[in-house]
Every structure is written in C-alpha cells, then in structure tokens.
Design a protein around this ligand. Structure first.
Ligand code: NAD
Length: 235
C-alpha cells in the first residue's frame, strides 16, 4: 500500500456484510434464497408486476425490521472517519438500511435506494416512509395509490452513478467493505479505481469475486476490521 500520508480522497463501498453483525441478513444465504424468497420474485420489476402483494409485504417486513436494529462498531468507525477526515470522502452504500446515518455518517450515497423512503411513480417524488405500503396508502404529494419501495431492483438503474464515477476518478484510495462483488455496477468499481491509479483495499469476511483486483485484502468481521483500519487512517 502507498504511504497513508499521501492519501487525500477516499471512496468507500459498503455492502450487506457491514450490517450483518447488526442482525440484518445478507443477500445470498446458503441455497440462494433471500429470507426464504427467490430473488426473482421479490427484487425485480417483473416479480412486482406478477405479485405486488407479496413484494409489498416482503419490504414492509424488512422496513419494520431495520427500525429495530442498531449500528455496529463498523458503522460507528466509518462515521468517525467521515467526521474527522479532512479530504474528500464518500461512502457509497449498496445497503438500503439507514445504519450509516444513524451512526452519524454524513457523506453517504445510497446507490440502491432506501427502505425508509417510498417512491411514487405517478409524480416521481420520494417521501420519507416508515409505515407499511401493503394497504396502498396515498402518496403524500399527489395522492395516487401507487407508492412502491424506493429500492433499486435487478434490471433497474442504480442511483447517482454520475456522482459515484466522479468520486472514483479523483480518489486516491478505494475501500470495499462487506460486499460479495457479485452485483454490478458496484462490483466493477474496483477495476475503475485501479485503472485510474488509486490504491485499493478489501475488508470482508471472505474473499469477494473480484478479490484479486485489490492491492490488499484483509479478512475478518467488519466490526473488528473497520475500526482497526479507520484508526490507522486517523493516526
Ligand atoms: P451480499 O449478500 O451479496 O454479500 C455480503 C458479503 O458480506 C459477503 O462477501 C460476505 O462474505 C460478507 N460478510 C458477511 N458477514 C460479514 C461480516 N460480519 N463482516 C464483513 N463481511 C461480512 O451483499 P452485497 O454485496 O451488498 O450485494 C447484494 C445486494 O443486497 C445489494 O444490492 C443490497 O442492496 C442488498 N441488500 C442490502 C441489505 C441491507 O441494506 N443491509 C441487506 C441484504 C441485501
């Protein structure tokens, strides 16, 4: 790794693994099921068109569940780094939970949406949302009963890609935490970062699919690895 003193701009990509120790299931459990459902049924526009009740109930349960979970030491360590790091820093999360924000992080971008907002396709406005969507409540802006989870499903375009690529272009260090490297375009960010000359570090429980592209990989639970790494950065 380059001397840490030369690092100024940092992009941090987080995935489901950073929230695993807060009690939120990761995506690909054994057997390829996500909380007993096929991904195609609950995380695609086609699945939603086929059985909207199933999909709304599924996300209602997850929205309720995350509100009972708490950030873990990995979220708090990143929030501290965000608050104290003098250079540019962007936490790009694939997670739809709000644990980075609840730990105190400010520079957070949710590329796959958020459980705690609802999107109205009728007026294209996103509203803060904590209640169920199953009963088709009216949109607070246009009153249409078309609210859906503000979550990017497979086959849909992730949010704010222009901002993410702009940050990747100017970063000196790209860090990937708790993500399997199976979901694109996020899985391709490490290659962008390497091609643009950034240092790259992976922190994960096990090697991700793109692990060989990182300059350094550290294996272990996020609650231990992330505080160790942020401590090194802030020394
Ligand atoms: P993933 O489930 O595909 O991979 C999780 C990764 O985390 C794996 O590499 C695993 O080894 C690692 N991991 C598990 N426990 C860990 C721990 N304690 N410490 C460190 N690493 C650990 O998740 P992904 O790569 O984020 O991609 C899948 C998609 O799942 C994303 O699009 C995301 O929107 C969605 N998702 C989000 C949440 C959430 O918001 N918390 C939860 C489940 C799925």
């Amino acid at each position: 790794m380059r001397d840490m003193g030369q690092i100024r701009n940092i992009v941090i990509l987080t995935g489901a693994g950073i929230s695993a120790e807060s009690g939120i299931d990761t995506f690909r459990s054994e057997g390829g099921l996500w909380e007993q459902h096929r991904v195609e049924d609950v995380a695609t526009p086609e699945g939603f068109a086929r059985d909207p009740d199933l999909v709304l109930r599924f996300y209602d349960m997850r929205r309720a569940a995350i509100q009972t979970k708490q950030p873990n030491p990995a979220h708090y360590a990143l929030a501290r780094l965000d608050n104290e790091w003098p250079g540019e820093l962007l936490i790009v999360t694939q997670n739809v939970d709000d644990l980075h924000e609840r730990a105190g992080a400010k520079r957070v971008l949710h590329m796959h949406g958020e459980h705690l907002t609802a999107w109205c396709p009728s007026c294209d406005i996103r509203s803060p949302w904590r209640a169920p969507l199953m009963d088709r409540p009216p949109c607070p802006v246009c009153q249409a009963r078309t609210l859906r989870p503000d979550v990017v499903w497979f086959g849909e375009m992730p949010y704010r890609m222009g901002e993410i690529y702009a940050a990747l272009r100017t970063c000196d260090l790209f860090v990937s935490i708790g993500t399997s490297g199976a979901v694109y375009p996020a899985a391709g960010f490490v290659q962008n970062a390497v091609e643009l000359g950034a240092e790259t570090l992976e922190l994960n429980l096990e090697r991700s699919q793109g692990s060989s592209m990182f300059h350094e990989t550290r294996l272990g639970p996020a609650s231990e690895l992330v505080p160790q790494w942020t401590q090194e950065m802030l020394r």
